[in-house]
Ligand binder design. Structure first.
Ligand code: DAH
Length: 336
């Protein structure tokens, strides 16, 4: 009899697993027949038989529940969370394309870095997590100095800093370049990459943006060399001759410190006398050279640093900084 019960149970489970309405199997005559046998049995057999039949019912119910779940899952369209577009889109500009493309900032950074590389600067990407020493102390920001507040820095609970400027790379560049100076050479490097500030986001402010920074040290570096290098860079980037001007500014890591402006290029709708402030720069402070083990009485250097998005926005007439981090295909595809 146990053999019969096992066979019926197996048959019912197979039926459940291939049914589109598995609950119907619970009403199957085969199951009813098992119950109807109970009344015909000797009292001594009933308990064992009844228990076996009940186990069959429990097993079938479990199979029904599992099958119902399976059917429900199959009914839902699977969501491909890795798809970089909206699979249900009907607007052409949101529909998938065959190939990906580079982000406009990646492309422009390549252009920028390429110009500096051709001018003889070595290019390194900046770090995205750093410490207080590289963010501030090595750059001549005294402890508790209010200038530190100007950088709206984020900090992790452990005290690490997602850098608020690419200047965090200066100390490393100087230290690594010391041997070059001692061998009679010079330090010429740009660092570029993402920086982070605790800013309220609007059309001209982002919490995440890009900067590019230059560092040059030799025995006889001059402010004139710096201004000439920067002018050359902007003339190549905007493809035309440019007027430049500077005005004094305070940054703890340079002395003198300057703000550097270009006359807005005609090619991008500028009129004479319209100035655009592009970056901060200056002669590297003796304390910053000394901190990196470079004798400031023997060597001099200049440095500059500024935002990348602004350059790109001017070049392409992009009106809102937030587009860059938005991931919007309509925007990204204009640069594909
Ligand atoms: N790190 C400064 C900022 O983010 C910009 C800057 C100013 C960089 C002067 C420099 C410099 O290298 O010399 O506001």
């Amino acid at each position: 009899m146990q053999h019969d019960i096992d066979e019926i149970r197996q048959g019912l489970i197979t039926a459940v697993n291939s049914s589109q309405s598995p609950r119907d199997v619970l009403k199957s005559p085969a199951l009813k027949d098992l119950y109807s046998v109970i009344g015909t049995l000797e009292a001594s057999e009933r308990a064992t038989y009844g228990k076996a039949v009940n186990e069959v019912k429990v097993a079938i119910e479990a199979a029904v529940a599992a099958r119902e779940n399976e059917l429900a899952d199959a009914a839902v369209e699977p969501i491909d969370i890795t798809a970089p577009w909206d699979l249900n889109a009907t607007q052409p500009e949101l529909m998938p394309s065959e190939t990906g493309s580079q982000h406009p900032l990646t492309k422009e950074l390549d252009v920028i870095v390429d110009i500096f590389t051709r001018m003889g600067f070595e290019a390194i990407e900046s770090r995205q997590i750093d410490d207080d020493y590289h963010m501030f102390s090595s750059l001549n920001f005294p402890e508790n100095h209010p200038a530190r507040d100007g950088y709206d820095t984020f900090r992790t609970e452990e005290g690490w800093i997602p850098p608020a400027h690419t200047s965090t790379m200066q100390h490393r560049i100087l230290k690594a370049g010391r041997a070059k100076l001692e061998a009679g050479g010079q330090i010429a490097a740009v660092s570029y990459g993402r920086v982070f500030r605790n800013e309220d986001v609007d059309a001209t402010h982002e919490h995440t943006f890009y900067q590019c920074e230059g560092v040059f040290v030799s025995r006889d570096a001059t402010l004139g060399q710096m201004l000439g290098s920067l002018r050359s860079f902007f003339e190549v980037y905007y493809g035309q001759k440019l007027k430049i001007k500077t005005q004094p500014a305070y940054f703890p890591f340079v002395e003198p410190g300057l703000e550097f402006a270009i006359e807005k290029p005609a090619a991008i709708g500028g009129k004479p006398g319209e100035w655009l402030e592009m970056l901060g720069c200056g002669m590297i402070h003796p304390n910053v050279l000394g901190e990196a083990g470079i004798d400031p009485t023997v060597y001099r250097g200049f440095a500059w640093g500024g935002g990348v998005e602004r350059l790109v926005m001017l070049k392409y007439g992009i009106e809102d900084l937030r587009h860059f981090e938005s991931g919007k295909l309509q925007f990204l595809r204009k640069f594909a």
